[in-house]
Write a new protein. Structure first.
Length: 278
C-alpha cells in the first residue's frame, strides 16, 4: 500500500521562505560591509599622510643614533596625527625647531595647523611648514601654489624656516605615483621653481635615499641648491641621494618623546637661524 506524501502546511512554508530570505539579506549586508580586499583595508584616507609614514612602512626601524661629538640641534615634525601639541614640554626637553604639515595635494589642509605652527613659535622655536606631495594629482607648480597660499610662505623674521617638499613613498598606491623617473624629476622641478618664484627661497627636500633612487633614478641635479632632509630610522644617516655631499636635517625616529617624529639639525642653533634667515 503506498503511503500518502506529506504536504507541509501553508504556515510552515511561509516560515521556511522567510528564513531563506533573511539569511540571504544577512549575507548580502555582510559582503557589502566588508572591504573589497585586504589592500583596500590598509589604504589610508587621502589627506592623512605625514612625514615619514611611507618610510616607516617600507624601510622600518634599524636602530637609534648613538651619542656623537658632532653638534646637532633637536627638532620635531608634526601633523594632524599629533593634534594639539604640548610645545612647552618639547621646549623644556631641548627641542629648538619644528616643522608642521600645512597641506597635501591641492585639497587638504591640516586642521591643527594654527595650534602647531603658531604654538611652536610662541614658545621660542624656529619653525616652518611642509607640504606632502601627491605627484599623481595636480602638477608640481599647482601644489606649490596651494602650499604657499595655505601656510607654506616664508618671511625673513629670523624665526621662519623655508618650506619643505615632502616627497616619499606613496601611502595611497603605486610607490612612484605611476610616474617614470624623468616625469618625477620634472614634477619636483616644477614645484621647486614655483616655490622659489613665490617666496624667494629654495625649498628643502625631504626624502629617503631608497625612495629617491627608485623613483627619480637617483637624480643629482637638486643637491647644489636645495637643502636635504634625510629620513632614516637607524643609528646613522647612511648613504645620501646623488647630488648631496651633506644633509641639513635628519629624521631619525618616529617614536620619540612627547611626539613621535624627532629630527636632528646638522649643526648648532646658530646654523638653524642662518637657514631661517636665508
Amino acid at each position: 500500500m503506498r503511503r500518502p506524501i506529506a504536504v507541509a502546511s501553508s504556515h510552515s512554508r511561509r516560515l521556511l521562505t522567510s528564513g531563506v530570505l533573511l539569511a540571504s539579506q544577512s549575507l548580502l549586508l555582510t559582503l557589502a560591509a566588508a572591504p573589497a580586499s585586504a589592500d583596500d583595508a590598509r589604504t589610508p584616507v587621502r589627506g592623512t599622510a605625514y612625514m615619514g609614514s611611507g618610510v616607516l612602512a617600507h624601510e622600518g626601524v634599524q636602530g637609534r643614533p648613538a651619542d656623537t661629538r658632532a653638534t646637532q640641534t633637536e627638532g620635531v615634525d608634526v601633523s594632524s596625527h599629533q593634534g594639539n601639541v604640548a610645545w612647552s614640554t618639547l621646549w623644556d626637553s631641548g627641542v629648538k625647531w619644528a616643522y608642521t604639515k600645512a597641506t597635501e595635494g591641492t585639497s587638504y589642509r591640516n586642521p591643527y595647523y594654527s595650534q602647531q605652527y603658531d604654538g611652536s613659535y610662541d614658545v621660542g622655536m624656529i619653525r616652518g611648514a611642509y607640504h606632502f606631495a601627491i605627484p599623481d594629482g595636480a602638477g608640481g607648480a599647482a601644489q606649490a601654489d596651494y602650499f604657499v597660499d595655505h601656510g607654506g610662505g616664508w618671511s625673513k623674521d629670523g624665526r621662519t624656516l623655508p618650506g619643505v617638499l615632502d616627497i616619499e613613498y606613496n601611502p595611497y598606491g603605486d610607490t612612484c605615483y605611476g610616474r617614470t623617473s624623468s616625469q618625477m624629476v620634472g614634477w619636483i622641478r616644477d614645484f621647486l621653481d614655483r616655490y622659489e618664484e613665490r617666496t624667494g627661497r629654495q625649498a628643502v627636500i625631504y626624502t629617503s635615499t631608497n625612495w629617491w633612487k627608485q623613483c627619480t633614478g637617483d637624480y643629482s641635479g637638486f643637491g647644489s641648491a636645495n637643502p636635504l632632509w634625510i629620513a632614516r630610522y637607524a643609528s646613522t644617516v647612511g648613504p645620501l641621494p646623488a647630488g648631496w655631499g651633506v644633509h641639513t636635517m635628519w629624521q631619525y625616529t618616529s617614536s620619540g618623546p612627547t611626539v613621535g617624529d624627532h629630527d636632528k639639525f646638522n649643526g648648532t642653533l646658530d646654523r638653524v637661524k642662518a637657514l631661517a634667515n636665508g
